[in-house]
Design a protein around this ligand. Structure first.
Ligand code: SF4
Length: 325
């Protein structure tokens, strides 16, 4: 079996705030193979964006990575120096941020922002070679070469998002993390941006992690879905497994809350609120909202374990004989 291009092992992130210690990522582990696309879903505050930032080594104080590994193509990014990590960004792992409109510098031409990204990795490259590489990258996301000379305010929201993708792929990364890349766009532009991401993924053969709330988008374009709750992964399964037969009660609630012909499009919310990361419930963090919770769920913390059908689930219902308190 081939070695996964991405191995995240026991990744832990904590924020030290005046209100206390918030465990934003609690021993998160998963793997992705080259060419695999994984959707990362969960309510706001579940830790999805923290996971992306931790993988990019972009967690800012008062947060810090407290343990674990992020191995991309054999290199553990957590142990790299800041200078080495600067080089690993874009060449090994790239991040397409939420709200592209805000991530581009409004007073710099697109070309200058792209060439800055390349020069940070390779100061010896000639200007003409660098320009050509940027132009090719723009074309590969269906933008015209003229965009190179334009300012962000001259572009539509969809075009700005494409520019962010073009910057992300300049150095052919092995892993691309896209954080809600279509959230601020209209439906037609959303579809076009997703088609671009899918095509880029095929061209580069890289792995993609798509962070989002839109389960429909996940079902259409991802291979796997990982569900986060209170800083932990609670289920990782194929798209088919997730949408036809989710195991984890939170995954089940997410799927049942989608509009369909049976519920006539009436959304059924998940009862209760996601917990504050400052006050995560004991045992299984989902127990106050879980319709299947037992007394044991209040005191025993389930572990993410592989099931006979290959998926991973963290729920006591699926680890009857293996539980340790
Ligand atoms: Fe529900 Fe218990 Fe499973 Fe948690 S461990 S999801 S509370 S059944």
């Amino acid at each position: 079996m081939s070695t996964p291009i991405l191995q995240v092992q026991d990744l832990q992130v904590t924020y030290y705030t005046d209100a206390g210690r918030a465990k934003a990522l609690d021993n998160v582990s998963f793997t992705l193979n080259s060419g695999e696309k994984m959707g990362l879903v969960g309510e706001s505050g579940s830790g999805k964006s923290t996971m992306a930032l931790a993988m990019m080594r972009m967690i800012k104080p008062p947060g810090r990575i407290e343990g674990g590994k992020v191995i991309v193509d054999g290199t553990d990014l957590v142990t790299l120096s800041d200078g080495e990590m600067l080089k690993a960004r874009l060449s090994k792992i790239a991040y397409i941020p939420q709200g592209a409109m805000n991530s581009l510098n409004p007073v710099m031409r697109i070309g200058a922002q792209m060439t800055d990204a390349i020069r940070a990795h390779d100061s010896s490259i000639s200007n003409s070679a660098m320009t050509e590489r940027c132009m090719q990258s723009l074309e590969s996301v269906d933008l015209k070469r003229e965009v190179f000379k334009m300012y962000p305010h001259e572009l539509s929201g969809g075009m700005k998002q494409r520019v962010c993708i073009a910057i992300g792929i300049l150095l052919k990364p092995k892993v691309i993390i896209a954080d809600e890349p279509t959230s601020a766009l209209d439906v037609v532009t959303q579809r076009q941006v997703m088609e671009t991401i899918n095509r880029i993924q095929k061209d580069l053969g890289c792995a993609v992690i798509l962070i989002g709330h839109d389960m429909g988008l996940m079902a259409q374009s991802m291979d796997k879905v990982a569900v986060m709750y209170a800083g932990k992964l609670v289920e990782i399964s194929t798209v088919r497994q997730m949408f036809t037969h989710p195991f984890h009660p939170y995954g089940q609630a997410l799927i049942h809350s989608l509009p369909n012909l049976d519920n006539k499009g009436v959304l059924q919310g998940i009862p209760g609120l996601a917990p504050s990361l400052l006050r995560i419930p004991s045992g299984c963090a989902f127990h106050p909202r879980c319709s299947k919770a037992t007394e044991k769920c209040m005191v025993v913390t389930p572990r993410l374990q592989q099931q006979p059908d290959g998926r991973f689930v963290s729920c006591l219902l699926y680890e009857e004989d293996k539980v340790t308190a």
